[in-house]
Design a binder for this molecule. Structure first.
Ligand SMILES: Nc1ncnc2c1ncn2[C@@H]1O[C@H](COP(=O)(O)OP(=O)(O)OP(=O)(O)O)[C@@H](O)[C@H]1O
Ligand SMILES: [Mg+2]
Length: 324
């Protein structure tokens, strides 16, 4: 997985988004540290990274909201840094913190965004109908946005971000704080947009959502540390075996695994532990570590080999990035 193939090449005007050497500093702190990537048109592109890694800062540069200190960015073939006005009507942005006016009704929010994008009365009527159906908000047009549950609000925010039928949509942690059922429904809406050719640039913390994307980029401390399709990322980056450990004394077993020979990483995964075994381990690895844990005093430990999840990949990538 080579992530710097694009560095030094000219940005690609055919891509939905093409970024070269993008840098953003706040004082002496570098929040985005020279990133290069292309997002092909029509894709769902997942931009993943822990808190503070530079996701929102990147989106703000790509939407012309904040100017970079260096680098180039083409959005839908246009230079968004120097001429954001050329492309602003063609993309939508559902921001992480602010997307809706809480003290306005559903209808008023829709009208506000229609005004921002200068929709004609005819376009507004058509898109209003589309959004109310899509977000399942018919009959609630006059409700205050603050009174909607988080899931409804999220769908209304998606509606306002798409009211001008954009070709490209930036979604910054769109499902944060939403329950799993509402998240699933929200993703169905995203799939529907993608099936109609809209390119989606999505940031998320949820690893299951990463699996819904066509392509992923991982950002850590302002740098891209991996890029590719979810399947390849899983296969290429963890050739190692991952063991899942069920044990009563989770903390004790974690401390033991962290210093055990042959264990590359160990961490909590839900109520269990995951241990990444160093490459080259052969024989009955599961049996071997089960015996070792039991000998070490964790008599109830039971182990199985599991398929690496994207979360495993991510933890491993971050650990490697910290070592280098
Ligand atoms: N206006 C600003 N002034 C100073 N520092 C900033 C500013 N905006 C962001 N930062 C810093 O830049 C880094 C990246 O922030 P950013 O918001 O892009 O992270 P993020 O990946 O979106 O995180 P999260 O997952 O929490 O939303 C953080 O350390 C943040 O504190
Ligand atoms: Mg953010």
């Amino acid at each position: 997985m080579t992530i710097n193939d694009l560095a030094g090449t000219p940005p690609n005007p055919e891509a939905a988004i093409s970024v070269r050497g993008l840098v953003k500093r706040f004082g002496t702190f570098t929040a985005v540290d020279g990133i290069d990537f292309d997002v092909p048109r029509g894709q769902i592109f997942g931009f993943l990274g822990p808190n503070g890694s530079g996701k929102t800062t990147t989106i703000r540069m790509l939407t012309g909201t904040s100017g970079p200190n260096a680098g180039q960015a083409l959005v839908l073939g246009e230079d968004v840094i120097n001429h954001p006005e050329r492309v602003k009507q063609r993309f939508g942005y559902m921001s992480q913190k602010f997307a809706l006016f809480e003290d306005m009704t559903v209808e008023e929010n829709l009208r506000f965004y229609a005004g921002v994008y200068d929709l004609s009365a005819e376009q507004f009527a058509k898109q209003r109908a589309y959004v109310l159906d899509m977000a399942d908000l018919r009959g609630r047009e006059n409700e205050l946005t603050a009174n909607l549950s988080v899931g409804w609000r999220q769908r209304l925010a998606l509606g306002t971000a798409t009211i001008h039928e954009p070709e490209l949509l930036f979604l910054d942690e769109p499902t944060g704080g939403v329950d799993p059922v509402a998240r699933r429904q929200f993703w169905d809406l995203l799939y529907d947009l993608a099936s109609r050719g809209v390119t989606l640039f999505v940031t998320t913390h949820y690893m299951d959502e990463a699996s819904h994307c066509n392509q992923l980029a991982f950002i850590y401390r302002g740098r891209l540390i991996a890029e590719g399709v979810p399947h390849d990322i899983r296969r290429d980056l963890i050739a190692e075996q991952v063991l899942e450990v069920s044990v009563r004394d989770v903390d004790g077993a974690l401390a033991w695994l962290e210093q055990a020979p042959g264990v590359e990483e160990a961490y909590l995964s839900g109520a269990r532990l995951h241990a990444v075994i160093e490459p080259g381990a052969s024989g009955d690895v599961v049996g071997d570590y089960t015996a070792r844990l039991r000998t070490a005093g964790f008599a109830d430990a039971s182990l199985v080999a599991v398929e690496p999840t994207l979360e495993d990949v991510f933890v491993n990538l971050v650990a490697r990035a910290q070592e280098s």
